[in-house]
Design a protein around this ligand. Structure first.
Ligand code: AMP
Ligand code: MG
Length: 499
């Protein structure tokens, strides 16, 4: 293998500073690693200096067969509430942190494998992943990034050349994931459940240093710094969930082990973008009670943050953890109002309403009534907003075509026109198009691309990925990518965990 062109070398702050938080483990050997996808622009952004490597070399590196300088593969320990029930030991059962890199902007990022074989945390699982699930995470994560929403990202996908056994045998693959960190709410819970408060403190201090260095580091034991950490994590989650809700994204498995302290979207499993608007929408085959339905996501985030807050109480007040409850409650109680404020600002932008508004209550009602129209008439969520932008340009036809015939929209449109007419700016339609995507990962196209990829044809996947890279820019030749799934498809659509 050729040497990298630049002196890329992993650093290992997690391995060095958090000794009790992982088990070292080598990636499994795989027969015939073959590169399926490589995110060259992300590699460049991270300054990895891999430009000289040919595809076979990259396949070796991103299947863990060749370890780059400084790599110390490890499986991280974490616990988690899954669908409300607590599991004290989960951990990386099919993933390994290879190490960290400092990006060109100085931020430290994790580089990790998923599907790289069993670890001490596999609990009977095979530690593997299937091509479909790996490429699904690749595609939806990159789409999320291109929509401007914080997320872990895919650096590479490598086929292992081996089968993984699920309901049926599937081709195996390994994903390389880049993340601001892999610290989860469940990482805190792992140590709190064992009453290992020194470790919880160590983890909190590490998280502060990594994600919130502005929180005073003068005194590592200053109890207020843990409240400040909770506040920051809470604000990031409020912003993240507001973003998801505004684009119609349903994560599907918002367990506490799938919520990152960094505020990035993490662990794309049975997730989906909503098509026709329904607040009750749930697509995950494992979410039978609808716990993680679209409309529940803000409350679930708050519930998860409450679990995080519980782990911090003994740090905030060592002598009287219960006495710290009102302090964390103040932060947790602020979560929904803060989320709603961010969501409303986003919805105002999507409606083309200038911010700040002189009539917040009027705007709220306008948004509410708009969403109600979408709900009552089961209108495609993404297209409705986008075609409203066209309506701002005087082209009403495409918008009206989404609704049943008749004067359904007239009253609401009159109110909206009246509101936008009060604004000084003339670029309403353009502003709306910059925040209302025309292309999202349409479920039927995602499935079609993944099915083809599992059969060895990557062309549909690559085409879809290319379209999703510029989601706000409509191209007339790409109308297929903006068209909702046939009703029959969505009526039976469920996504599976793919584990
Ligand atoms: P996830 O559903 O991917 O968030 O995973 C939940 C937990 O199950 C984590 O601890 C994973 O590491 C573990 N897990 C999921 N799939 C597998 C697998 N195929 N083998 C071993 N562990 C797994
Ligand atoms: Mg997970």
């Amino acid at each position: 293998m050729q040497e990298p062109t630049a002196p890329f070398c992993f650093s290992n702050s997690y391995a060095e500073e958090l000794l009790d938080f992982y088990v070292e483990c080598q990636p499994m050997a795989v027969q015939e690693p073959e590169l399926l996808q490589f995110n060259a622009s992300l590699a460049t952004e991270l300054g990895l200096g891999l430009e000289a490597l040919v595809s076979q070399d990259l396949a070796q590196v991103f299947s863990g067969q060749t370890l780059l300088d400084g790599s110390r593969p490890l499986a991280q320990a974490y616990a988690g509430h899954q669908f409300g029930g607590f599991s004290p030991q989960l951990g990386d059962g099919r993933g390994l942190l290879l190490g960290e890199v400092a990006g060109s902007n100085g931020d430290r990022r994790d580089i990790a494998l998923k599907g790289s074989g069993p670890t001490a945390f596999s609990r009977g699982g095979d530690g593997k992943a299937a091509v479909g699930a790996v490429l699904r995470e690749y595609l939806i994560g990159e789409a999320m990034h291109c929509l401007g929403i914080p997320t872990t990202r895919a650096l590479a996908a490598v086929a292992t050349g081996e089968l993984v056994y699920r309901e049926r045998p599937l081709p195996g693959a390994i994903l390389t994931r880049v993340a601001a960190s892999h610290i989860r709410v469940g990482t805190f819970q792992f140590f709190a459940a064992r009453q290992r408060w020194d470790q919880v403190r160590q983890l909190a201090n590490y998280a502060i240093e990594r994600h919130d260095p502005q929180i005073s580091a003068d005194n590592d034991n200053d109890p207020d710094r843990y409240l400040a950490l909770l506040q920051e994590v809470s604000e990031r989650q409020a912003a993240l969930i507001a973003n998801w809700m505004l684009v119609g994204f349903i994560h599907g498995v918002m367990n506490t082990d799938n919520m990152a302290i960094s505020g990035e979207t993490i662990d794309y499993g049975p997730c989906a973008y909503m098509e026709s608007f329904s607040p009750d929408a749930v697509f995950s085959s494992i979410d039978q009670q609808g716990r993680y339905a679209y409309k529940n996501q803000p409350q679930i985030a708050q519930w998860n943050l409450t679990r995080l807050a519980e782990t911090l109480l003994p740090l905030i007040d060592e002598d009287d953890p219960e006495g710290a409850v009102p302090k964390v409650e103040a932060i947790l109680n602020d979560f929904i109002p803060h989320y709603e404020k961010l969501w409303l600002a986003g919805a105002q932008n999507k409606l083309g309403l200038e911010n700040p508004s002189s009539d917040i209550d009027g705007d709220k009602l306008l948004v509410k009534d708009w969403l109600n129209l979408l709900k009552v008439h089961s209108v495609d969520y993404t297209l409705a907003w986008r075609r409203l932008a066209d309506a701002a340009d005087g082209n009403l036809q495409k918008l009206e075509a989404l609704f049943p015939a008749g004067d359904i929209l007239a009253d609401w449109l009159a109110r909206w026109h009246q509101r936008t007419a009060q604004q000084s700016a003339s670029d309403t339609a353009e502003r709306m198009r910059s925040v209302n995507p025309i292309y999202i990962p349409r479920n039927h196209l995602v499935e079609e691309a993944l099915d083809a990829a599992s059969e060895g044809d990557l062309a549909p996947f690559e085409e879809l990925l290319a379209v999703l890279k510029t989601p706000f820019e409509e191209r007339p030749t790409l109308s297929r990518y903006a068209t909702p799934a046939p009703k029959e498809f969505m009526d039976q659509y469920e996504t599976f965990c793919g584990t």
